[in-house]
Write a protein that binds this ligand. Structure first.
Ligand code: ADP
Ligand code: MG
Length: 204
């Protein structure tokens, strides 16, 4: 897949726009079952990522992703900062400069495993892993861009009836049921933005 400088810059802008434009929605979700800072946390982190452009897009893909990851760890704060940051850092460590599909499959698998270790968590606990794990599976099974985007949205919806077992929402016990997990929603938005940017490249 060709990920030239222009595409890398588009990707960074699309990820950041998704978080900045949905900050209020993410905040509302976190107000329901957390402390109401998820929208601001993600917005702050991705504003810092945006501020690193255009130099950020001059870097090769692996280094660009690692830099995004460390920026997010430093700026996002909350539980989500280290987790989302770890995902980007590990993806950067695992991907070659010109990744083929198999490289994306292997690298996302490593990144998801690192998030699990960092959060001491797994799918089924109403966290962003309930989006990352099934989306990685669709990618590994050969799903195309629209299948990946659709699974991301559906996976976030599937967190609504779940009982939270990790993070602040777990303090609510049964009252966490009936609300979408904020971290799952932000993960689905990021995946949707990435797929929409990379889809034309994948076909070229
Ligand atoms: P905080 O919970 O510290 O206020 P945020 O509101 O930014 O941080 O992020 C909350 C999100 O982080 C949750 O919706 C959930 O998806 C994710 N999360 C929290 N704890 C964990 C964990 N241990 N493992 C995986 N994800 C987690
Ligand atoms: Mg919060």
């Amino acid at each position: 897949m060709s990920l030239d400088r222009d595409t890398r810059e588009k990707l960074v802008r699309a990820l950041a726009d998704a978080m900045i434009q949905h900050a209020e929605e993410l905040t509302r979700l976190d107000q329901a079952i957390g402390d109401g800072d998820h929208g601001l946390n993600m917005k702050r982190g991705f504003e810092a990522v945006l501020a690193a452009l255009p130099a950020l897009a001059d870097k090769a893909l692996p280094e660009m992703l690692r830099t995004i990851g460390t920026t997010l760890v430093m700026k996002v704060g909350g539980a989500s900062g280290p987790l989302v940051g770890t995902f980007f850092m590990e993806l950067g460590k695992a991907l070659p400069e010109a990744p083929a599909r198999a490289d994306f499959v292997a690298a996302t698998d490593k990144a998801v495993t690192a998030v699990k270790a960092r959060g001491r968590s797994d799918a089924g606990q109403k966290t962003l892993l309930d989006v990352l794990v099934p989306v990685q599976t669709v990618l590994a099974e050969g799903g195309d861009a629209s299948a990946i985007a659709a699974e991301a949205a559906r996976a976030a919806d599937r967190t609504i009836p779940m009982l939270a077992l990790r993070g602040r929402a777990s303090f609510l016990g049964e009252r966490s049921i009936g609300h979408m997990d904020p971290g799952s929603r932000s993960a689905a938005l990021l995946i949707g933005a990435a797929v929409a940017t990379l889809e034309p490249e994948a076909n070229s």
